[in-house]
Design a protein around this ligand. Structure first.
Ligand code: HEC
Ligand code: HEC
Length: 169
């Protein structure tokens, strides 16, 4: 049950990141009136990738998707606030938060521009797209994958540069 809930959470976080048209279907609501552990959550003021009218619940699904996927807490990306034990969620002071935005755009682009062109018929919907967890798997920096010895023929794991000028997308 709990695992199901987590999967649904991560999946809906992925949807928020990947599916532009879903914006219109997402529950609309002001993020002012929801109470957090330290009183009401302030209205969001600094969203550049997520929809500005995202509901508080959907925003928290995305944020919990981040903490779970990277194995971190909120303060990994969010800078301390003026009061002790508070975070200034709108602040962009921490480089990790700015990198996370780049990662959100990258993840969206991988799904929208590239994986949308691939259709493996028997792939389950949640396997047809990448999420933060696809690469991070519980680590803040993805662990390097080394194939087991029987499959490792000393080949480089990186892709060489394009052999001609890349075509415009
Ligand atoms: C991996 C980095 C990362 C982690 C971990 C993270 N966040 Fe965020 N958070 C972001 C980014 C990036 C944004 C801005 C998204 C955008 O620009 O659309 C954001 C935005 C927010 C905002 C909106 C702030 C505003 O006013 O614009 C809130 C609230 C928030 N996060 C809460 C949390 C909470 C609570 C947690 C822990 C459960 C958390 N975040 C964990 C990266 C993170
Ligand atoms: C395709 C694989 C991939 C996906 C998907 C991905 N990441 Fe990353 N991420 C990386 C790699 C590789 C690095 C290390 C990049 C570097 O240092 O140059 C990284 C670095 C980061 C860092 C910086 C860590 C640090 O120590 O400063 C953050 C934060 C981060 N990713 C958040 C996210 C979030 C949030 C998502 C989902 C929206 C995400 N990533 C999706 C591969 C990925």
């Amino acid at each position: 049950m709990q695992i199901g809930f987590i999967i649904v959470g991560i999946f809906s976080a992925a949807l928020v990141l990947t599916a532009q048209p879903l914006r219109a279907q997402m529950p609309q609501g002001p993020s002012t009136s929801v109470n957090g552990p330290h009183g009401p959550w302030p209205k969001t003021t600094n969203l550049h990738v997520l929809p500005k009218n995202i509901s508080h619940d959907d925003l928290m699904k995305v944020m919990h998707g981040f903490t779970g996927s990277l194995g971190v807490k909120c303060n990994y990306c969010h800078a301390p606030g003026a009061q002790p034990r508070h975070l200034d969620f709108a602040s962009d002071a921490k480089p990790e938060k700015r990198t996370a935005r780049t990662m959100m755009r990258m993840t969206r682009a991988i799904n929208k521009k590239y994986l949308s062109r691939v259709n493996v018929a028997d792939a389950k919907p949640e396997r047809k797209q990448v999420t933060c967890g696809t690469c991070h798997r519980g680590h803040d920096i993805p662990v390097v994958f080394v194939p087991p010895p029987e499959h490792n023929h000393g080949m480089p794991a990186t892709i060489p540069p394009e052999n001609s000028a890349p075509k415009p997308e």
